[in-house]
Design a binder for this molecule. Structure first.
Ligand code: ADP
Ligand code: MG
Length: 235
């Protein structure tokens, strides 16, 4: 459904991504692992049109989306869930969620999508009239994901949803992401370390210094010693 072909992305003179190619199949959970600063966010932002690559192409259901406005890309059903979340702290949970449905394609489905978000995250329903400011780290993360779902996305690019969360909350967030996939959506997640999400993923890529250095269906297929050093901190 989504295909990235030979992407090269720069910040000025600095090259952050080198000939990156990958695929995400419909209705599946694909994961990219890479250490801090190795290009994970740059890759998701390039896919979602927030950054333009110098060369290469991203296609969604066979249509090239590179060069399109982010707005058009959202209308096509692609949503980026940022690692820094961009919630509106003074607005309520419900208001923040409704902001996720600003695009034309989502407006008619606001009720249905809100029902889905509240079913997936019952806690958000209880907290719907509280301001985002009052949420715990885990609740705020759920809200950011919920807001992404309000846009009617078919494809979600999720940037380090576990960042800064305690281990039990990380697991909870990963389980929710797996549930989102099971509801029929396609998900591309990036994380620094493997663990539970690697077991859930249908396919795995490793990103090192802006390059895909490995891909496989299972983490168990990776025997590379270098991988263990870079990605698991085992020496
Ligand atoms: P990750 O998400 O894996 O931590 P990033 O994609 O954020 O990595 O960053 C990849 C590289 O690009 C890093 O070297 C980072 O310093 C650089 N970079 C990221 N954003 C910018 C920017 N806005 N301007 C210049 N360099 C950037
Ligand atoms: Mg990042």
């Amino acid at each position: 459904m989504l295909e990235v072909k030979n992407i090269n992305t720069f910040y000025g003179e600095f090259q952050a991504l080198f000939n990156v190619s990958l695929k995400v199949e419909e209705g599946s959970l694909f994961a990219i692992f890479g250490p801090n600063g190795h290009g994970k966010s740059t890759l998701l932002k390039t896919i979602c049109g927030l950054i333009q690559p110098k060369s290469g192409v991203v296609t969604f259901n066979g249509e090239a989306i590179t060069g399109h406005d982010t707005k058009d890309i959202v209308e096509m059903g692609i949503t980026y869930i940022a690692e820094d979340r961009h919630l509106f702290p003074e607005m309520t949970v419900l208001e923040n969620l409704k902001l996720g449905a600003y695009n034309v394609n989502a407006r008619g489905d606001e009720k249905k999508n809100l029902g889905y978000v509240f079913e997936l995250f019952p806690k958000l329903k209880l907290l719907r009239n509280k301001t985002a400011l009052t949420l715990s780290g885990g609740e705020a993360r759920m809200l950011a994901i919920g807001r992404g779902l309000m846009s009617n996305a078919k494809f979600l690019a999720v940037d380090e949803p576990s960042l800064g969360l305690a281990p039990n909350l990380r697991s909870e967030v990963f389980e929710k992401i797996n549930e989102i996939k099971e509801s029929g959506k396609s998900v591309l997640i990036v994380e620094q370390s493997t663990g539970k999400i690697a077991d859930m993923a249908d396919y795995i890529y490793l990103l090192e210094d802006g390059r895909i250095v490995h891909e496989s269906a299972s983490i168990d297929d990776i025997t590379d010693e270098n991988f263990k050093k870079v990605f698991l901190g085992i020496t």
